[in-house]
Ligand binder design. Sequence first.
Ligand code: HEC
Ligand code: HEC
Length: 437
Amino acid sequence: MSRLSQRYHRLTVIGELDKFHFACVPCGPGAEQRGNFQECDLVCTKGRKMRLGSRQTVLGAAATICLFLLGALFARGQTPARAGVEQKPLLAEQVFKNVQLLKGIPVDEFMQTMGFFAASTSMNCTDCHTEESGGDWAKFADDTPLKQRARMMIMMVTALNRSYFGGQRMVTCWTCHQGTTRPRTIPLFSVQYSDMWDAEPDEIVETPGRASVDQILGEYIQALGGAQRVSNLTSFAGKGTYEGFDTGYEKVPVDVLAKAPDQRATIVHMRDGDGTTTFDGHLGWLAAPERPLPLMELTGGSLDGAKLEAELSFPARIQQTLTDWRVGSAMVDNKEVQVLQGRLTQRGLPIKLYFDPASGLLVRLVYYSNTPVGVVPIQIDYADYRDVSGVKMSFQWIVTWTDGRSTVALSELRANVPVDPTKFAKPAPAAAKPATQ
Ligand code: HEC
Ligand code: HEC
């Protein structure tokens, strides 16, 4: 191990927050550092000379953390490239004006990070940003004291994980905040003595004596109508209503289209244009008005989610689609349900499927999306199963994520209808909303 890899440089952050200290951790053994900007602004490479300055600045610390985040991303991005991808998704700093720390991540993941902040602190977008940002994407670039505070928090969390948890992401915004703006410091009896405090663990813990994965999935397929009928379903087209934060909770028409084994499209007809989500079996996109980008390629957890929803539209092969299955239990609506946890890839994030033991049907899907500061959950609750050509299909589902909740309620679902294959392809960018200011 090189001498340098054990040296830590402490940076003091100036200004109001001068009580915080950030560790600037050098590169690990084998790697060398290139510092071509300010103090501690390091790039870890092989075969390069290292240089460390001595001036201590906030910017330096910020840049270091930024590179740490980048490092984590590069480590994550080692999965083999998908065939047929010519274009990389746009990165946050290519789209936004004032990104100082959360660089090197796709816009999709950047927005999930904002959701992580909101969920952890119970703050709205406009609390950290400005009132005007509610109606104008450009205004999100303005700095506010709370936004600066959040930047310091990102640096603190990164430093904590680096210094005390070997760089593993053990501390996140949620660890301290738990949904409060100002973390509590005094224990609450209501939590200590509450029966309700049976929150589900992040990962399912296998409990012995439960039904097996085969059994639970077998019962599920049986409950849907049996393997034969389920595999006879090869496409469907549904119509109904959608309501969510993006429609101001007004009901608007929606089309849901799917084709076996794994293609799906949802088109929400909003007042100011269509919001289209597609998954073509490999890639996914979201084209919607009032988003930072009129067309965004889905990445990470959003892409996994699109794939899962497409696969679960024709669930005959779900057991093969996921790996590393575990069986546990959880509470949904005060009822104990069976939970299966799997992953799309061996080292991927967990995916949880919740089955009602009485009906055998899928009542909830939870999947996760990675961000530089933590993992956000996305939950879909399925209800109103009705018979369509001998197969039970959910006519109502509620999607809950860090930025809101939306409900789709179908009024009609036609099975085995021809669906135009272009419906699942990359959609056209959403039409720009006419300027209202
Ligand atoms: C806890 C505070 C906090 C909350 C809540 C928050 N943000 Fe942010 N936001 C930040 C910080 C900090 C940055 C700058 C990140 C950086 O410099 O790397 C930022 C940057 C942004 C940017 C980039 C702006 C630009 O042009 O540089 C956008 C867009 C944005 N946020 C949108 C949102 C949305 C939408 C929400 C609500 C879902 C939200 N934010 C909630 C703290 C917050
Ligand atoms: C180690 C615990 C801890 C972690 C982790 C943590 N915070 Fe904090 N945070 C605090 C404490 C304590 C305060 C309140 C300080 C005070 O009251 O002045 C605070 C305050 C804040 C505030 C200011 C709230 C206000 O009204 O003044 C924001 C914004 C914030 N945190 C965002 C975040 C974000 C975003 C993350 C994750 C990147 C995060 N915090 C992670 C402990 C933490």
